[in-house]
Design a protein around this ligand. Structure first.
Ligand code: ARG
Length: 459
């Protein structure tokens, strides 16, 4: 097959080089976007009189046929044609003859490929935003439904203070909301059109880039042709946003894995979303969650991979940049599948209310004793010390805090009176919380309201 650059070359490209340099095996995904970009470009060339109207019409009809073939899975891709751009151009010329040779005017593959990638990523990010919103909504619904469940909050994975399960789950809703905002910001920077930058310096032909941008739904055009073809920040930003999101999903997965263990026994995972063991009959393994945690590794890897590809590249286009696509595609796929499966699974998790309550009833209440003493007039440091002594006494006596008598309490501080017991239960502790953003039922309601409002605003 004749190469578009054959004029300059005496020898044929080595087949090993064709094999080594091809990108069709992965940029085939950009097929639809490549045609859409070409359609807008061809219309502009025709309107501007850069190509004869007759040829322009042939090109547009040919491209429409190609688009139909692609959508029906009937387009014949040829690996020898290196990448998706040359495949489509070649097929067009085969279809319509001579006129096809006019399409690649006032553009180069350098601005073409990054236009395709931006169109692709725009759709992908919009889809991710929908999935994230749905997941936040699921968290809110679960939190609303289980507002009465109390569990221990942890620091250092040691029981710390009682919290409402809703409070714990809503922490993830807030993380996801920030992820969502990051993707929306990303979308703003993705939606800038590089097409018409040509290879490096623009074109001497009277192209109308604004027309093409409008056709393709870009909100602006790049104003530096060198930056336009060199920039992959929008991909890096995407990969970073995905990395942070995956980190959140991974932490959630880790917690659910822990909670489902017999040691914690806080939750039961749905049968349909767990797997068994081929040897140990009692096992119910949280493989889905483990894989989300595991896949976080490849997403981070993809970010580091593209950062490293870009770091030493002189302006403008270098073939190294062909390595941008696989990490982006792989990341988008991983995020989409992880978010979808989590959204299916989360609503089916059963919470073991009693185990959670039991775990939050012991020394989790120590801070409540200290704050009680503060309310009675003691400085916090002093109150902390007294409570520490009470806890040590309990451990030595094999008791928990609410099993002590008033007399025992008063041997540590005469500030303590019988009203202490009001605060010595997980529900008493939670009800007593007054700070904004704390775990009291009132504040949970406020959180839910705030989340809903913010979610509506991000549409
Ligand atoms: N397949 C190439 C890529 O993905 C398209 C751009 C090629 N441009 C070039 N001048 N070789 O980056």
């Amino acid at each position: 097959m004749k190469k578009p650059w054959s004029g300059r070359f005496k020898e044929k490209t080595a087949s090993s080089v064709e094999e080594f340099t091809e990108s069709l095996s992965f940029d085939i995904r950009l097929a639809r976007y490549d045609v859409l970009g070409s359609l807008a470009h061809a219309e502009m060339l025709m309107r501007q009189g850069i190509i004869p109207e007759q040829d322009g019409k042939k090109i547009i009809n040919g491209l429409r046929d190609i688009l139909r073939d692609i959508e029906r899975g009937r387009f014949e891709f040829k690996k020898e044609l290196e990448d998706i751009h040359m495949n489509i151009e070649y097929s067009l010329t085969e279809k319509i003859g001579e006129a096809g040779a006019r399409l690649h005017t006032a553009r180069s593959r350098n601005d073409q490929v990054v236009t395709d990638l931006r169109l692709y990523l725009r759709d992908e990010v919009k889809e991710l935003i929908k999935l994230i919103k749905n997941l936040i909504d699921i968290f809110i619904k679960i939190a609303e439904k289980n507002q009465h469940i109390i569990m221990p909050g942890y620091t250092h994975l040691q029981q710390a203070q009682p919290v409402l399960l809703s409070h714990h789950l809503l922490a993830y809703a807030w993380m996801l909301l920030r992820d969502l905002e990051r993707f929306r910001e990303n979308l703003r920077r993705i939606n800038v059109m590089p097409l018409g930058a040509c290879a490096v310096s623009g074109s001497s032909l009277p192209a109308d880039r604004d027309f093409v941008a409008k056709k393709l739904g870009f909100s602006s055009i790049s104003l530096n042709s060198m930056d336009a073809v060199s920039d992959r920040d929008f991909c890096l930003e995407f990969l970073f946003n995905c990395s942070v999101l995956m980190m959140h999903l991974s932490r959630l997965s880790e917690e659910l894995i822990l909670w489902s263990s017999s040691e914690f026994n806080f939750i039961e995972l749905p049968d349909a979303y767990t797997t068994g063991s081929s040897i140990m009959p009692q096992k119910k393994n949280p493989d889905v969650l483990e894989l989300i945690r595991g896949k976080t590794g490849r997403v981070y890897g993809n970010l580091i991979s593209l950062l490293t590809v870009m770091k030493g590249l002189p302006l403008t286009y270098n073939r190294d940049m062909q390595e941008d696509k696989e990490p982006v595609f792989d990341t988008a796929d991983t995020l989409r599948s992880s978010l979808s499966i989590l959204s299916e699974m989360l609503p089916l998790i059963k919470f073991n209310k009693d185990s959670m309550y039991r775990a939050s009833s012991g020394f989790c209440l120590a801070t409540d004793v200290a704050e009680y003493l503060v309310r009675k007039g003691l400085p916090f440091r002093k109150a902390h010390e007294i409570t520490g002594k009470i806890v040590r006494y309990c451990i030595e006596e094999g008791k928990v805090l609410n099993e002590l008598t008033v007399k025992e309490f008063r041997s540590f501080s005469t500030f303590i009176e019988s009203d202490i017991y009001k605060f010595l239960s997980p529900e008493g502790s939670i009800k007593a919380k007054r700070s904004k953003g704390g775990t009291s039922p009132k504040e949970i309601k406020r959180q839910i309201r705030a989340l809903r409002t913010l979610l509506r605003k991000t549409v």
